[in-house]
Ligand binder design. Structure first.
Ligand code: CA
Length: 206
């Protein structure tokens, strides 16, 4: 059974969310404070975290930073009333996987949670079943010195090589789709290849 940690200090909202997730067959834990959330994540690592930003002790960004710093790779979905782009970007920079603005539709949230869990499972299977994919053929030094890629373009190239779309890369790096598209064009041109698959083959081997 997948375990979801909800970090939310508005108790009615947290309990309503817990009830709908439990009806979907998830095991749900609730934390109303940042410190509580970190302790719970350490004792029972969750498969996914739903994280409010405004908490009574520390904010959700702190929780996210601590989780990622401790090597927790589970998807983190930020649930917040903050609509500012800067808040979203800050979340993605710290390693969030998704950002849902309150008020939100319960069905949409459930669908997003299911999608993140599926993707995390697929990534785990991929990592277990395809170790050759981990063997990097071109290192960062090669990409920088031989091909003239900038640090940002190296990040983009690696994510292209992992099979991410420009939209996914934009949310992973916390930059706009158009920025990623421009970097992608540069990466293809500098590497002298015509397709995203060819980038993957250069970086990770065929
Ligand atoms: Ca709150």
């Amino acid at each position: 059974m997948k375990r979801i940690l909800i970090v939310e200090d508005t108790v009615e909202l947290a309990e309503a969310l817990r009830d709908s997730l439990e009806r979907e067959g998830y095991e749900v834990a609730l934390a109303t404070r940042a410190a509580h959330a970190l302790a719970m994540a350490a004792s029972h690592p969750p498969d996914l975290v739903v994280l409010d930003l405004g908490l009574p002790d520390r904010d959700g960004y702190h929780v996210l930073e601590q989780l990622r710093g401790r090597g927790v790779e589970s998807p983190v979905l930020i649930l917040s009333a903050r609509r500012e782009e800067a808040d979203k970007l800050q979340g993605f920079r710290l390693g969030a996987d998704d950002y849902v603005t309150k008020p939100f539709g319960a069905l949409e949230l459930l669908a997003r949670i299911a999608a993140h869990l599926r993707r995390a499972d697929a990534a785990a299977r991929h990592a277990a079943g395809a170790p050759a994919r981990q063997a990097i053929v071109l290192g960062d030094d090669d990409l920088r010195e031989r091909y003239g890629l900038t640090a940002r373009q190296i990040d983009v190239a690696r994510l292209i090589g992992e099979g991410l779309t420009n939209t996914e890369i934009a949310s992973r790096l916390g930059v706009s789709f158009f920025t990623v598209r421009a970097h992608t064009e540069q990466v293809l041109a500098k590497l002298g290849v015509a397709s995203r698959a060819a980038v993957g083959a250069m970086l990770f081997g065929p």
